[in-house]
Design a protein around this ligand. Structure first.
Ligand code: NAP
Length: 237
């Protein structure tokens, strides 16, 4: 297993939910952390919590759907950390509704954040990883991207596209010793799923800590091993 201590990770959407849980789990392994998002107060508070684990923690506020801001934000964070070894490409939104109900503006917003956001962040970290000839990129898709469902057209389409994008990324960047991992988690209790749980009980589904443990364990695999994709489900749906 690899010792992650001293590595540098950028976690998009790291102020809450799955991103924050992964940031904390990596920090517990000694990884220096940069988190991003739109809500500065939340990012500041999360960075303080991460620092308590004895690592560096910095943050940048930018909209994942804004290419220029993403490039600038990632460059600044890489300079602050002294490089980037790991990108957790996690920021995303869930906006649900039937095709008939959902406006085309909302549909486009979901694609802009969930698909273009992942593309922009990966492109922004690539030069750092290419130069070092090493890196890990974890692209967070969803089981929703494996099969479309009623009321989920924008979200499912964005995540299906992330899966394809991520597979192409792996095929292109593997030669640079960059492990691109495509994840398709099922329901995990966060703000994104609150209100969508069938029996309304968040205790019955996966918790952010489960996701964080899974991601951390994958990153600790010997570098000869690349987990190309993975799904995680709760035992009792
Ligand atoms: N929870 C699940 O069941 C589940 C299952 C499969 C996949 N996923 C995926 O996992 C990822 C994280 O989801 P989550 O459950 O942790 O959701 P969440 O609790 O709602 O958190 C979403 C995160 O993304 C950030 N974000 C959203 N829109 C952004 C934007 N335009 N620019 C920058 N940051 C933005 C948020 O930052 P701010 O707080 O600063 O806005 C927040 O940190 C998403 O890609 C989601 O699709 C979740």
């Amino acid at each position: 297993m690899i010792d992650l201590k001293g590595k540098k990770a950028i976690v998009t959407g790291g102020g809450r939910g799955l991103g924050k849980a992964v940031a904390l789990a990596l920090a517990a392994e000694g990884v220096n952390i940069a988190i991003t998002g739109r809500n500065e107060d939340r990012l500041k508070a999360a960075a303080e919590e991460i620092k308590k684990l004895g690592v560096e923690a910095v943050y940048a506020v930018f909209d994942a759907a804004d290419e220029k801001a993403t490039n600038e934000g990632i460059k600044t964070l890489a300079a602050q950390l002294g490089g980037v070894d790991i990108l957790i490409n996690n920021a995303g939104i869930g906006d649900f509704g039937t095709l008939e109900e959902m406006s085309s503006e909302t549909w486009k917003k979901v694609i802009d954040i969930n698909l273009f956001g992942v593309y922009y962040a990966a492109k922004a970290v690539y030069p750092f990883m290419k130069e070092k000839n090493e890196g890990d990129i974890v692209n967070v898709a969803s089981t929703a991207g494996l099969k479309g469902a009623a009321g989920m057209s924008a979200y499912a389409a964005s995540k299906a596209a992330v899966i394809s994008l991520s597979q192409s990324m792996m095929a292109e960047w593997r030669k640079n010793n960059i492990r691109v991992i495509t994840l398709t988690p099922s329901t995990i209790a966060t703000d994104l799923t609150v209100g969508t749980l069938t029996d309304g009980n968040p205790e019955k589904v996966l918790q952010p800590e489960d996701f964080a443990q899974w991601v951390t364990d994958m990153l600790k695999m010997n570098r000869r091993a690349l987990i190309a994709n993975g799904s995680i489900f709760s035992t009792n749906p």
